[in-house]
Design a protein around this ligand. Structure first.
Ligand SMILES: [Zn+2]
Length: 206
């Protein structure tokens, strides 16, 4: 790697150059590409655009507005071969600076793999947690409802940490009362203090 110094400070990231003159940096690099095709050819290989390079057919268009959080945008196209938008961003897994197509999100395959796994684990955990809550809610309703229909004080449910946010399905009566069920046990808040607990009945299917 060739060392680059700015005011005596070693610099290796475009982010260390970005101030309020991002467009100026785009113009300078765009000019560099247009005057030194081998520079552009190497850059395209660096960002994994493998095409048969022909500088006669290439057009570089610079975006003159800031996108999102102020990235420097570049559009490069070669007639009949490719058209890409380049930008500087950060790897969404490790934060490493990257330059590439707008759809490039990761600095390496390891980060892509790691990030996708992390997301998968998080959504699996969410499902497990919600299932646990629903089972707990069901258990609480069941324990209060040995007869099939019981009215209790709502605070009893609250004391046992019944989680009113989660239920599996609902049943609405003709009078527009909405019963909320946790599997086969359901409840209806009668008023501020009382809750009716019921069992699921076959006629509720329809
Ligand atoms: Zn990374």
């Amino acid at each position: 790697m060739i060392d680059l110094y700015i005011y005596g400070r070693k610099t290796n990231s475009i982010f260390e150059m970005l101030g309020t003159k991002e467009n100026d940096i785009s113009y300078a690099i765009g000019l560099g590409f247009s005057k030194v095709p081998v520079f552009l050819d190497l850059f395209l290989k660096y960002i994994e655009i493998n095409v048969s390079f022909n500088s006669e057919l290439i057009k570089i268009k610079l975006q003159e507005y800031e996108r999102g959080k102020g990235f420097t945008d570049f559009e490069i196209n070669q007639e009949g071969e490719f058209s890409i938008i380049i930008m500087a961003t950060k790897c969404i897994n490790c934060g490493e600076n990257i330059i590439g197509r707008t759809d490039k999100k990761f600095c390496c395959d390891q980060c892509r793999y790691g990030y996708n796994n992390k997301m998968k684990r998080q959504s699996e955990k969410l499902i497990i947690d919600i299932n646990k809550t629903l089972r707990k809610n069901r258990k609480i309703l069941k324990q209060f409802n040995p007869e099939g229909k019981t009215t209790i004080r709502t605070e009893y449910l609250e004391k046992l940490d019944f989680d009113f946010r989660y239920f599996t399905h609902t049943f609405t009566t003709k009078n527009n009362n909405e019963y909320r069920f946790c599997y086969e046990y359901g409840y209806l808040k009668i008023d501020d203090e009382k809750t009716l607990i019921v069992n699921w009945q076959p006629y509720m299917e329809s």
